[in-house]
Design a protein around this ligand. Structure first.
Ligand SMILES: [Zn+2]
Ligand SMILES: [Zn+2]
Length: 186
């Protein structure tokens, strides 16, 4: 979905579409298509500001227990897209402006021509929005490294021998209990 700056009215233009399937790069699935929308506002002959949002629910696979779980996307974004000035000698962008913009949550992207690919932009946003660490819940106990039992659902008999953090914490508790017992005896 290529938007040419020269075709934009002064008040900008809004776009809304659906994304039916994730890219190969995106480690997620869609139960239903995602809703993508954005408004492209000209801010000069060679620059636009894009206010967009990607909404919907994606299906992720938990890093620890390998089960699928839904993840709700909340992804409003603001991007300034400007044409790279090929004739300019100095750096194409004032980095001090960049830092300020980053603080302001405004990302700047450079373009080779006065047009922007909204579909590609939205796919990038999806990748940025997906959590780096995918967990079905923050305290997911994961799989038993020995027998593969999903420890949130079932307790296996080999858990005492494993080095899983959850069991280390349990062992520490048991250890403290033993300490207390000793103290009681003294
Ligand atoms: Zn999990
Ligand atoms: Zn086990």
């Amino acid at each position: 979905m290529l938007v040419h700056f020269e075709h934009l009215p002064a008040g900008g233009r809004s776009f809304a579409w659906q994304i039916a399937e994730p890219d190969g790069d995106a480690e997620c699935g869609f139960a239903v298509p995602l809703e993508a929308q954005c408004h492209v506002q000209p801010t000069g002959p060679d620059s636009v500001e894009i206010n967009g949002q990607l909404s919907g629910t994606v299906i992720l696979v938990c890093d620890r227990c390998l089960s699928s779980y839904p993840f709700k996307l909340v992804s409003p974004f603001r991007i300034k897209a400007l044409v790279r000035d090929a004739e300019q000698d100095g750096p194409p962008l004032d980095t001090s402006v960049l830092v300020e913009n980053e603080l302001d949550d405004l990302n700047v992207i450079e373009l080779d021509s006065p047009s922007v690919d909204l579909g590609g932009l939205m796919r990038e946003q999806l990748l940025l929005t997906l959590p780096e660490k995918k967990l079905c819940r923050p305290d997911c106990a994961g799989l038993c490294p020995q027998c593969g039992t999903r420890l949130d659902e079932e307790v296996c008999t080999c858990q005492k021998k494993t080095g899983h953090p959850a069991f280390a914490a349990l062992a520490a508790l048991v250890g403290r209990k033993t300490e207390e017992d000793k103290t009681d005896r003294n």
